[in-house]
Write a protein that binds this ligand. Structure first.
Ligand code: SF4
Length: 383
């Protein structure tokens, strides 16, 4: 099995732009830890070795040390991490205290994903983040002092009212910290978020597409000039520091997701997703569910992907990556892609190599449209 994902559905504050599944009511946290242990025990009856553990959310760094230790104890028995395995914990800067960092190291965490977003305090306030830029810088330095080398930082670009200069300054500050991996995202406005309401009521401006485009194109070119590899649409690293867990997702490998809202994939055709509701998840996994839990509970839903779905997913996930889509991965559909994508090659949005197709930086801006144009449908899928 490639990896285990744990979704920790709690945050101390709600960021204005966020539509992930989380609650700011931490009172159910102890029961949630027990429920996640139960889910792990009942779904992974036999010890299933994992190449990676990834704890995301929400904010896993809100978990008390005893809860982390209890979850690790269960995972070690049912989903043991291989000896050279990657164990990532998502953490917010305000949680990077010397004491917590030492505990995480002792418990085996070997990679941190830190939600910096920006170093500009006025923007952090606008996003309702719980930290300052200085706290992020100091927290990351403490993490490095505690022995963490493998650290990735999240940054957001395309914020309304920002300039290319502000983005360049943010990226410069991130690179100066000496961490080997960056995840960068354009600000998007999701329905039902505080940001969406603020824009609808005219209280704040919408993100500017032109701003995001310029920030994105500059970033990729700049990172290459600094010896970095932008290896995926949102991810870049120094050579040798790619994220193993997410790379396995994009390669279509199997993973198990534990916790409310977590997704799982068997590496072949079955995809399932846990209920994105803390109360319903707790109810499903806190009672004595017995051996027929899968049939009786509403803990999750699932679907079986058709051959067409799997091919289309392969097209989508491959175009995200710098390696692109290998001809051998699409079989007879390659001839259709040759036709469908010829126009994009001509525009300079795509490179057509002997064995693969790869999006250029410009082409990544049009990735969804290009993928959609290449999608198979039951009529044109080769047998
Ligand atoms: S962005 Fe992260 S910290 Fe903020 S609400 Fe979403 S999950 Fe929580």
């Amino acid at each position: 099995m490639a990896g285990l994902y744990l979704h920790v559905p709690y945050c101390r504050k709600a960021c204005t732009y966020c539509d992930f599944h989380f609650s700011t009511q931490l009172t159910t946290l102890p029961a949630m830890v027990e429920a996640m242990q139960t889910e792990t025990r009942l779904r992974l009856l036999e010890a299933t070795p994992m190449a990676t553990w990834y704890w995301g959310g929400g904010t896993p760094s809100v978990l008390p040390a005893a809860s982390i230790a209890a979850l690790i104890d269960t995972f070690k028995r049912h989903a043991p991490l291989q000896p050279d395995g990657e164990f990532t914990l998502e953490a917010n800067p305000e949680d990077l205290t010397a004491e917590r960092l030492a505990t995480w190291r002792e418990l085996g965490v070997n990679r941190l994903s830190v939600g910096v977003q920006t170093f500009v305090d006025a923007r952090l306030t606008w996003m309702n983040r719980a930290h300052t830029g200085k706290q992020a810088q100091e927290g990351i330095a403490r993490a490095q002092d505690a022995g963490f080398e493998n650290i990735t930082l999240d940054l957001i670009y395309g914020l309304p009212g920002t300039s290319l200069g502000e983005w360049q300054d943010n990226v410069g500050q991130a690179l100066e910290l000496g961490t080997p991996h960056l995840s960068t995202y354009a600000l998007t406005v999701e329905e039902k978020t505080a940001l969406h309401h603020a824009i609808q009521s005219g209280k704040t401006a919408s993100p500017d597409d032109a701003r995001a485009t310029e920030d994105f194109l500059w970033l990729r070119q700049h990172l290459r000039s600094q010896g970095w590899e932008p290896y995926e649409i949102s991810n870049a690293s120094l050579p040798g520091w790619r994220a193993k867990h997410n790379s396995a997702y994009w390669a279509g490998e199997a993973y198990v997701g534990i916790g409310p809202g977590a997704h799982s994939f068997d590496g072949k055709a079955e995809r399932r997703w846990n209920v994105s509701n803390n109360a319903r998840y707790l109810q499903a996994w806190s009672e004595e569910v017995g051996s027929d839990w899968a049939a009786s509970s509403d803990a999750f839903e699932f679907e079986n992907l058709s051959a067409t779905d799997r091919l289309n997913e392969r097209i989508m996930t491959s175009l995200r990556r710098s390696e692109g889509l290998a001809r051998q991965d699409v079989g007879g559909h390659a001839a259709i892609l040759d036709q469908q994508w010829a126009n994009y090659v001509q525009k300079g949005w795509m490179e057509h190599l002997p064995d693969s197709w790869r999006l250029t930086d410009e082409g990544l801006l049009w990735m969804d449209r290009i993928a959609l144009d290449g999608f198979a449908n039951p009529e044109n899928l080769p047998s």
